[in-house]
Design a binder for this molecule. Structure first.
Ligand SMILES: *Cc1c(COP(=O)(O)O)cnc(C)c1O
Length: 219
């Protein structure tokens, strides 16, 4: 697939990772990318992710990129490799508890609201500090806080998008220096989708999440 090669080259130049967002797409489509070497796939619904995981090779890294309800956490803990959209203290506590039951350490990213658009999801800096202070005081043993995640406004205004990505990068830098100054484990900035990933890479993204460019438009 030509698009995959183009994206890979850009991602490689920036030392970033590519999450292929396969939500709503069939198992056969995932297998096709898998056969071309892609190993990280992102889904946003729990039952769909479980079904795909059960029917595809074990060396796939499954990333939960969408909003996650607390009551569904336990179903993905056995196999999920990263949870991108952690947006509350209660959710992170639930992930930690379920991961402990499974004797796993799960990678999570703190989601920040950086877009102009209204959204219920994403932490404010003060909510993030609540999580990070709690983690400093008594570290979540079964969670690795690996970085931050955000989504830019859906707009053609590239300056707007760029400034939102810059703001996520500066949130990352601030948290890094306040809470993880000497820890390499806090290193990810998950930002950039099909329409804006090149800007995201220029602004410091370490992980882009691409759906429609790889799989075609969703219904
Ligand atoms: C669907 C989705 C993507 C991928 O979107 P595309 O525009 O199809 O690349 C990325 N991130 C999140 C959180 C999503 O829900």
């Amino acid at each position: 697939m030509k698009e995959l090669e183009i994206i890979r080259e850009k991602v490689g130049k920036h030392n970033a990772a590519l999450v292929a967002v396969s939500k709503t797409k069939p198992i056969a489509a995932i297998k096709e990318l898998y056969d071309q070497g892609q190993r990280i796939f992102g889904e946003n619904r729990v039952p769909e992710m479980i079904e795909k995981c059960d029917n595809l090779p074990d060396d796939i890294e499954w990333h939960m990129i969408g909003h996650l309800q607390r009551k569904k956490v336990k179903h993905i803990i056995p196999f999920v490799s990263m949870i991108h959209a952690v947006d509350s203290v209660r959710l992170i506590e639930e992930i930690n508890k379920r991961a402990a039951e499974q004797e796993r350490v799960v990678n999570v990213l703190l989601q920040f609201h950086i877009a102009k658009e209204e959204s219920k999801f994403g932490l404010s800096m003060s909510e993030a500090k609540e999580i990070l202070d709690a983690n400093d005081f008594a570290p979540f043993q079964n969670i690795n806080i690996a970085g931050v995640m955000g989504m830019a406004t859906f707009t053609d205004d590239q300056d707007q998008v760029r400034s939102e990505f810059k703001s996520l990068k500066s949130i990352f830098d601030q948290i890094k220096s306040d809470y993880f100054p000497n820890q390499d484990s806090f290193k990810e900035i998950s930002m950039g989708m099909s329409g804006d990933y090149e800007i995201a890479l220029e602004e410091g993204s370490t992980m882009i999440r691409i759906g429609s460019l790889l799989f075609g438009a969703r219904d």
